[in-house]
Design a protein around this ligand. Structure first.
Ligand SMILES: Nc1ncnc2c1ncn2[C@@H]1O[C@H](COP(=O)(O)OP(=O)(O)O)[C@@H](O)[C@H]1O
Ligand SMILES: [Mg+2]
Length: 219
């Protein structure tokens, strides 16, 4: 996907009478740099991510991939959006089974997941929770289950919305190391107000202020 770009033209989104995204035009390059979307609470970051993932539709404007004619078809197949909100888990199943379930929703094979999972689990220091039932997890441990699911999904574009809320420093830096190697395989867009990301090398930033207006973008 090197050399490919996602071009967002004049995007607009309102909820009832409230304008959330207003005439937003940006380009996200599918290079090996991670794209960080940051900015104030309520500035429209998650709304933008959901429009990129095809979960919600813009009221106006367009999203186009430079090498593909039908973006909405492409994104449904190739993008995974990890929501910042807690999603449904089966509390009686263990974490590994929950991860197998969550990844299967996006069509990733069990074999692919089970090949990737042990190394990511070890890196995030949570091998012990994989066989634990989900109802026994702490908030941070639940977050790790969702992160592991996202990391094990076979996709080309990974949108991670506030993935580090609830992670301690040790897990945060282990997660960064995983992303630093994963960015060579797939495009990663991080949506986060976590200031710890600002020290990361190889990152392109998109900063939002209110109404989806960018006031600074670049490396
Ligand atoms: N489904 C919805 N219905 C109405 N308003 C919404 C909905 N989703 C988000 N909003 C509003 O849109 C604004 C932007 O939300 P969001 O994109 O989640 O911001 P951010 O992720 O930057 O914190 C907020 O004011 C929020 O209340
Ligand atoms: Mg958000």
């Amino acid at each position: 996907m090197e050399g490919v770009s996602l071009n967002i033209y004049d995007l607009g989104k309102r909820y009832e009478e409230k304008t959330i995204i207003n005439n937003l035009s940006i380009t996200i390059n599918f290079n090996s740099k991670i794209t960080l979307v940051t900015g104030m609470n309520g500035s429209g970051k998650s709304t933008l991510a959901k429009m990129i993932a095809g979960i919600i539709l813009p009221d106006k404007g367009a999203l186009k991939l430079s090498n593909h004619t039908n973006f909405s078809k492409w994104t449904k197949r190739n993008t995974y959006y990890l929501s910042s909100a807690e999603r449904g888990m089966f509390y009686k199943l263990n974490c590994r089974q929950n991860i197998e379930y969550l990844t299967s929703l996006k069509g990733t094979s069990r074999k692919y997941v089970l090949d990737k999972l042990p190394a990511y689990g070890k890196k995030l220091n949570c091998t012990d929770i994989l066989e634990m039932s989900a109802e026994k997890l702490s908030t941070g441990q639940k977050k790790k289950v969702f992160i592991l699911s996202a990391l094990c999904i076979n996709c080309q574009l990974l949108l991670l919305d506030e993935p580090t809320n609830g992670l301690d420093d040790e897990s945060f830096y282990a997660f960064i190391e995983i992303l630093a190697s994963l960015r060579l395989e797939k495009k990663i867009v991080l949506i986060s107000h976590d200031k710890r990301f600002l020290d990361m090398p190889d990152i392109e930033r998109i900063i939002f202020e209110k109404n989806g207006e960018i006031y600074w973008g670049g490396c």
